[in-house]
Each structure stands twice: as C-alpha cells, then as structure tokens.
Design a protein around this ligand. Structure first.
Ligand SMILES: [Zn+2]
Length: 463
C-alpha cells in the first residue's frame, strides 16, 4: 500500500472512532499486515484467546471488543507475537511487515502513545542487552552506575511522554515496571555475567546496597504475569537466590552447585514456594523450572522421579500440569536403548508413517528438525547436514519439518535439492515437541537399528 492511501485509511479510521464517547467501554483493534504469514490475527490476554480476525483481501483486519479490562495483551500473527496495551475507549491500529516484524510495527489511533513507547523500549532493550553484558566486567559499583544511567535515560523519556500525552495511571505504572524490572534483571545477572567477562573463578559477593531494589520487588503482580521483563527478572532472580542459598547453606562450592542439578532445581522450587503467592505467577515459574530441568538436564530416571514428586508437592494443581506430564512421559520414553516412539509424520506422498518404522529401517540414523519460519536456521542446518553426510557416511540423515504447509514444504525441498525419500513433515509440532522432548531446533536424535542411542544430540556439538 502506498503512503497517501495509508494516510486516508488512518484518517478515516481516527475520524470514525473520534465520534465515540470518551468513556466507551469498547476497544477497536485493527490494522494491516504486509506479507502475511498466516490468515489470522489473534488477540490474547495471558493465554486466553480474546478475539481473532481473518485478514481480508487487502490484508486488513479489525476487531471490536466490548468491556475490555485494561492491561497488557498480546496479538499473534503466526509465528510472531507482540504486546499491545489496551484501555477502554482505545482505538488502536497497527501496521506491520512480517519480513521485519517488530522493527516495522507502528501503532496509531487512540492509545498509540503507550504502545509505541513499550515497543520502542523493547527494541532499544534488545540492542542494550549486549552492552549491559559487556559492562559486567566492571566492579559492582561501576556496573551499578552504568546500569542506573541507562535506566535514567528511559525514565526521562517516559517523563516527557507523560507530559505530552495523557497516560492513565495504570499505563504509567506498566511502563515504569517495564523499565525497572529490566534493570533489576541486569543486576540479578551481574554476579554470573561478571564471572564470565572478568575471567574470575568465583562469584563475587555483593552487599545489600547493590541489591537495594530488592526491598521493592513485588512477586505477585498478576497483570505482569506474561510481561517478558517482569517474568525474565523473576526467573533470573530465583536463579540468583538459589545459587546464593546453595553457596551459603547447602553444597558450598561453585562446581558442586552447578553439577548437582537435581538439588539446585529442588532448592529453586522451594524458594518459589516460599516467596510467591500469586497462583498465576507460581504456576508459570514452577512450569519454567520443570521444563528446563526435564528438557535440558537429561538426568537419571530416579532423579527425575524425585524432582517430579517435589513438583507435585508444591504445585499439584498447576494449570500446566498436563504439559509437564507430557514432557515427563516423553523424557521417560526417550531413554537410551528404547524404541523411538511411534509418533506419526507425513512423507512426501502425504502418507502417514511412524517415526519408529522409519528409524527401524536404518542401521544408523540421525533425525534433525527445521521449520520454514526460521529461515536462517534452515539454511545453516542444511549446510551442516551436508557436511556431516560427507564426514559421517555411515549415518542416514532424516529431516523432519515442523508445521510448514505441505506445498511450501515440497517447494522448499525441491529448491534446496533435498532427498525427498529422507524428508518428513509434521503439522502437529506441539505433540512432536513433547513426545520427542525437543528443546531447540539444533537437536538431533541418533538411533541404531530403531533404538535410541542419544535423544539429546546436538547437530553442531555431538559429532
Ligand atoms: Zn541448595
């Protein structure tokens, strides 16, 4: 769409909404997606779908929402998502290009100010994280000064915005929390970052002054449950508290703390239980500990059982319990010398075939995973598999595509000269992910005559 047309579209939109009473409980959310990657835009509050809209032939959508509860929402245009802050009476329009999702996103209409602020904050923070990391080689006071001045910059931008636009109190406190918890997170990370960047062998001991913000932490801000800075802060904070707790009360030495993964994660569950009351936040934090432990630690079956029994002790009514049980089942089934699970995938002729049968046909096989939505990863993994095929001719490499639509998948196979006999596809990646315990797309599964050799191989590190 060219600019004059867009201008007319926005103008018409603003005018039509401007006639509404200011206190209208309704919210209008609309926009245009350039280069759409899906037919829908879906609006969520936490994990609950509030509304969805199909793109029309001009790739535009609109939603009329009644009696909106103010707060942070997110909208999803598969496979990407972004936040939108909604208040009664808002009429927000977005425009974005999926080729450059976050960078191209623009909010306009009533409610745009806070949304553009939150988006800018997000984009500038992405650039700032490596800088904050590099500051971590400094001593604690110097680091704190640098971080405080970065924070001050954001606070002054918010202060100017507050004067220019009439932001509601809850919008201001959301923006303030977005700034603060991100900077608290840098401080929670500092001792661990410092160990890496300074080459020190030990984790520095920090006085109460360094952590002075901790007296202001609110562990129970329900409305920020799904806010990435708040949530990331909580996760790092509990890592930090657990580590320091283990150092002073349990194992003591750094190496023991990081090696005894079962103890560390049990200790973390206990701390979360003692400090967090909000059910939503507890559920999410417990889930995050469980998934990390189950997917990344690859502990013995006995240890895993002990961990799960603790998990049930603290969080038996966790709303994610089905997901955690599914991953637990997956982990138990993916132990060495077991048969690969009989999960079904499609071959190139759209026939359903069991992974177990595919594996059984090959003496030595490596299963690898890719998705059309992660182009960079796809190009790298194909190149890596080509290398490995030359270096390790004894293995058959079998590609599993995740959730790419059939025609697009086939054309990608042909364009990239992939052997159609060794390429399969799933349209239910959620299920595959749990069944095969896929934590990241560089994962490989190595089998020998259909039996699992290593369910947690890494295409770059295991060969
Ligand atoms: Zn401990």
């Amino acid at each position: 769409m060219n600019k004059p047309l867009l201008y007319v579209f926005i103008l018409a939109f603003v005018v039509s909404c401007g006639t509404e009473a200011k206190k209208s409980p309704n919210v209008f959310f609309a926009g245009e997606i350039i280069n759409p990657t899906s037919e829908y835009v879906v609006l969520y509050k936490d994990e609950i779908v509030i509304d969805s809209a199909k793109l029309n032939q001009d790739n535009k959508f609109s939603m009329q929402l009644e009696s909106v509860v103010e707060g942070l929402y997110h909208f999803n245009h598969q496979p990407e998502l972004q936040y939108v802050y909604l208040e009664q009476g808002d009429s927000i329009m977005i425009r974005l290009n999926t080729e450059d999702f976050d960078e191209s996103l623009i909010f306009s209409g009533r409610g745009k100010e806070i949304n553009n602020f939150l988006l800018e904050l997000f984009l500038s923070t992405e650039e700032e994280i490596p800088i904050a990391y590099s500051y971590s080689r400094l001593n604690p006071d110097e680091f704190a000064n640098k971080i405080d001045s970065l924070r001050q910059l954001k606070v002054s931008i918010l202060n100017v915005l507050q004067k220019e636009a009439k932001l509601s109190e809850s919008a201001i406190s959301m923006a303030q929390a977005s700034i603060d918890y991100n900077y608290y997170n840098y401080k929670e990370n500092y001792p661990f970052w410092h160990r890496h960047t300074s080459g020190s062998k030990t984790i520095p001991k920090l006085d109460d002054n360094f952590y002075s913000y901790r007296k202001n932490i609110d562990y129970n801000i329900d409305d920020l449950t799904y806010h990435r800075y708040y949530y990331n802060f909580l996760k790092t904070h509990f890592d930090n508290l657990t580590y320091m707790g283990c150092a002073s009360n349990c194992n003591g030495e750094h190496i023991q703390i990081i090696e005894d993964k079962l103890h560390f994660n049990q200790h973390k569950l206990k701390l979360i239980d003692s400090l967090v009351n909000s059910k939503k936040i507890r559920d999410n934090l417990f889930r995050s500990v469980a998934l990390y432990y189950l997917i990344n630690v690859h502990d013995t079956e006995n240890n895993i059982e002990e961990f799960i029994s603790d998990f049930h002790k603290y969080s038996s009514n966790n709303k994610h319990i089905a997901e955690i049980e599914a991953v637990y089942e997956g982990v138990k089934n993916m132990q060495p010398n077991k048969k690969l699970p009989p999960v079904l995938v499609y071959d190139n002729g759209e026939n359903k075939v069991s992974l177990q049968d595919i594996a059984a046909k090959e003496e030595n096989a490596v299963f690898y995973f890719w998705s059309a939505t992660q182009k960079g990863h796809f190009e790298n993994i194909i190149q890596r598999v080509n290398e490995l095929q030359k270096q390790k001719p004894e293995y058959t490499f079998i590609g599993i595509n995740c959730n790419t639509e059939m025609m697009r998948w086939q054309s990608m196979l042909i364009t990239n000269n992939l052997d159609l006999d060794y390429q399969y596809r799933t349209d239910d990646f959620e299920n595959l992910k749990y069944t095969l315990v896929i934590g990241g797309l560089n994962k490989g599964i190595i089998t020998k005559n259909g039996l699992i050799v290593d369910a947690y191989a890494d295409l770059y590190r295991s060969f």
